[in-house]
Design a protein around this ligand. Structure first.
Ligand code: NAD
Length: 255
């Protein structure tokens, strides 16, 4: 029997077929999960709807995570369609390109606010609203990157946002654990996606990563999807508050 049959999972962050969230959605679908997708604006909606339909999914809802009204509507819509929720894939982030490219000490106040709001606060906002729907417990999974722990050129404000996100994973895990809601993160190695193309010199990062990583290759969408399946399935029932590296071993390296 499929590992996730009967499970209802919300997937946030599909922009196109290269999105990390899309790889995860395909894996969840293969394992029998029923999915709902969100989109941030009309341009993304045009890409997400056909992808969702290719998995026979009809639940495609608007949600700009900067809007409390959008978040409220999303979860009340899920409540009326599904009644319960078993999992969330939070695979989204945003920072202004200028704030990634400029020297870190010149990060703007608005750039800081925006990056932290979209990339970190959104996880707290979703988890808080999901709690009432996760009547049988649940699993919430987010995506982070090594730039939260180490200095990675051009990652700048997004590194600070990911540090806040990872800390939020731990506080949420502690807060929601008594309700059998688990919260974890995957720290993925670099993958060529729409969001990644906003990071200056990303191509060079990919090349040096494949050369240096212990597994001598780049991470694939499928690598992240497989690990995500583990976190959204009962196979990880005893794990919460963890940050797991899916990065071909890159994070262990010193000089
Ligand atoms: P992507 O561009 O495919 O996905 C990013 C998503 O964020 C898009 O769907 C976009 O619509 C959404 N988004 C942006 N602002 C939003 C808002 N205000 N409200 C709702 N949604 C919003 O890129 P991706 O690489 O698949 O990114 C997914 C996650 O993985 C991000 O958190 C990213 O930081 C993380 N990550 C990516 C890499 C990589 O190298 N690609 C590595 C580690 C972690």
């Amino acid at each position: 029997m499929a590992m996730l049959s009967g499970k209802k999972i919300l997937v946030c962050g599909v922009a196109n077929e290269r999105s990390i969230a899309w790889g995860i959605a395909e894996a969840l679908h293969r394992e029998g999960a029923e999915l709902a997708f969100t989109y941030v604006n009309e341009a993304i909606e045009k890409r997400v709807r056909p992808l969702a339909e290719s998995l026979n999914c009809k639940t495609v809802l608007p949600c700009d995570v900067q809007s409390d009204a959008d978040l409220d509507n999303l979860f009340s819509e899920l409540e009326s369609r599904w009644g319960t929720l078993d999992g969330i894939v939070h695979s989204l982030a945003f920072a202004e390109r200028e704030d990634l490219g400029r020297p870190f000490s010149k990060t703007s106040r608005e750039g800081f606010r925006l990056a932290l709001d979209v990339s970190a606060y959104s996880l707290i906002a979703m988890a808080g609203r999901a709690e009432a729907l996760m009547k049988n417990g649940g699993s919430i999974l987010t995506m982070t990157y090594l730039g939260s722990q180490r200095v990675v050129s051009n990652y700048n404000i997004m590194g600070v946002a990911k540090a806040a996100l990872e800390s939020s994973v731990r506080y949420l895990a502690a807060d929601l654990g008594a309700k059998h809601i688990r919260v974890n993160a995957i720290s993925a190695g670099p993958i060529k996606t729409l969001a990644a193309s906003g990071i200056p010199h990303f191509r060079e990062l990919l090349a040096s990563f494949a050369e240096r990583a212990p597994l001598k290759r780049n991470v694939s969408q499928e690598d992240v999807a497989q690990a995500s399946l583990f976190y959204l399935s009962p196979m990880s029932n005893g794990i919460s508050g963890e940050i797991t590296y899916v990065d071909c071993g890159f994070n262990i390296l010193g000089v």
